[in-house]
Ligand binder design. Structure first.
Ligand SMILES: Cc1cc2nc3c(=O)[nH]c(=O)nc-3n(C[C@H](O)[C@H](O)[C@H](O)COP(=O)(O)OP(=O)(O)OC[C@H]3O[C@@H](n4cnc5c(N)ncnc54)[C@H](O)[C@@H]3O)c2cc1C
Length: 404
């Protein structure tokens, strides 16, 4: 009996799904709307592709239990070995982030393409899957041009992030029509928009700071590192990490703030001494050298000090305290985030309740499998999202590839 497996989408998860289904002996073909495979992979890690994180565990994801059963079968170690066999030596950087030794995302795509060709997997490009139907125990895959038949289907169409790479969220519609529920999807790893009057003046300033997401005066999440102010809001690696938690709270209509702690390694008394020593200078000059120049006027205005030339010595104790307070706690109201066009990842997706956590097969239809970002699994920056795509792709392919 034949086992024809159709993989929809030639991104990270689809490629691994196709390879592992083929390794099981299945007759595999792929349908991809783009003209080439792995378009999004090329954009990852600023073109360097942070392809895994050697320290990744299930706890890096929004649904640890689900991820655990997949990682036990094919986790980061398996992934590193898999890629080593294809010629990719991992270069491990801070916090377990792994990049190809060549530091080129293109290397990853190239070795995968080579492997697909070697295994004789057919890839049909420039074909957009619109719907999947089931007739006489066969899957009918409808595209704009023609229909394809398969015994099994692996849906690896990705989420909605960076739609110009091909993932526009249509996979959710396809899955929904087949009886699957979709949890609320929202952009993650994305810049945040702020409601703040002085952003134009702060545009382009990058600081090393601690950034905290504040809800009800509680710290929801904090990150340290680069914080970048822009004319619409705030960005940088720290903010991208915080964005998932921010967008989740915004969906619940919560009022939330970003607290930026500009001064982390100087004590208050040290700053008080500084201002005392510089007390014959203007308050504006007393801040030069402590924080970037473009932040000085906004900070003083935030402290209700509009005469920037007044001598530090003439500042009231109350005003000086305000300046000090802001240096350690500058609050910005978050209104929303940039959309999917700017996001790296989609949070939410196909509800896991109707997906087998060992095999990634649908509990609604036998022979239908899912992998990658189309599922309701996501993580922060650091190689975790690609790791999920490789792991889930490999496992979905493995079970779909087994003979019925
Ligand atoms: C700018 C950027 C940087 C990133 N950097 C990193 C990083 O360094 N490390 C990391 O771990 N993660 C990173 N990510 C996240 C990571 O790239 C994704 O989580 C991962 O690629 C998802 O893989 P996927 O196979 O599920 O989906 P995708 O890669 O989105 O692939 C889906 C494929 O399906 C095709 N497709 C969709 N619908 C159809 C259809 N109807 N018919 C035919 N084909 C279809 C698409 O064209 C696409 O090729 C980054 C993401 C972005 C946007």
């Amino acid at each position: 009996m034949s086992n024809k497996v159709c993989v929809i989408g030639a991104g990270a998860s689809g490629i691994l799904a196709a390879i592992s289904a083929k390794e099981q002996g299945a007759d595999v073909f792929m349908l991809e709307r783009n003209t080439k495979i792995g378009k999004k992979i090329l954009a990852t890690g600023n073109g360097r592709c942070n392809f895994t994180n050697v320290d990744a565990t299930e706890y890096n994801y929004n649904h640890p239990e689900f991820v655990k059963s997949i990682f036990e079968q094919f986790g980061p170690d398996h992934t590193v070995k898999f890629f080593e066999n294809l010629g990719i030596i991992p270069k491990i950087e801070d916090l377990g982030k792994a990049y190809p030794y060549s530091e080129q995302a293109a290397s990853i795509v190239e070795v995968l393409l080579h492997e697909l060709k070697k295994l004789g997997i057919e890839i049909i490009f420039e074909i957009y899957v619109q719907e999947i139907k089931i007739q006489n125990n066969k899957y009918i895959i409808k595209t704009q041009h023609k229909e394809f038949k398969a015994d099994k289907v692996i849906l690896t169409t990705g989420g909605k992030a960076l739609p110009k790479s091909g993932s526009d969220g249509n996979g959710y519609i396809i899955a929904k029509k087949l009886g699957h529920e979709i949890t609320e999807v929202f952009p993650s790893l994305v810049k945040l928009n702020l409601d703040y009057p002085y952003l134009k003046q702060m545009d382009g300033v990058k600081v090393k700071a601690k950034a905290q997401l504040i809800f009800n005066e509680q710290v929801v999440h904090e990150e340290s590192g680069d914080v970048l102010f822009t004319k619409f809001g705030i960005s940088g690696p720290t903010i991208l990490q915080i964005s998932r938690f921010a967008n989740q709270l915004l969906l619940e209509n919560k009022t939330i703030y970003i607290k930026v702690i500009l001064i982390n390694d100087l004590k208050v008394f040290e700053l008080v001494n500084r201002f005392k020593n510089l007390n014959d200078k203007s308050i504006e000059m007393a801040l030069v050298g402590l924080i970037p120049n473009k932040l000085i006027h906004p900070l003083l205005k935030e402290a209700d000090i509009f005469n920037f030339n007044q001598k530090t010595a003439n500042l009231s104790g109350k005003d000086l305290k305000k300046v000090l307070d802001i240096l350690y706690d500058w609050r910005f109201l978050i209104v929303n985030s940039k959309g999917f066009d700017d996001a790296q990842v989609t949070a939410g997706g196909i509800d896991l309740a109707k997906v087998d956590q060992m095999t990634l097969e649908s509990k609604v239809h036998k022979g239908l499998f899912f992998a990658g970002e189309v599922l309701d699994i996501d993580a922060l920056c650091g190689g975790y999202n690609l790791q999920w795509a490789w792991s889930s792709g490999y496992i979905a392919g493995k079970y779909a590839g087994k003979k019925i």
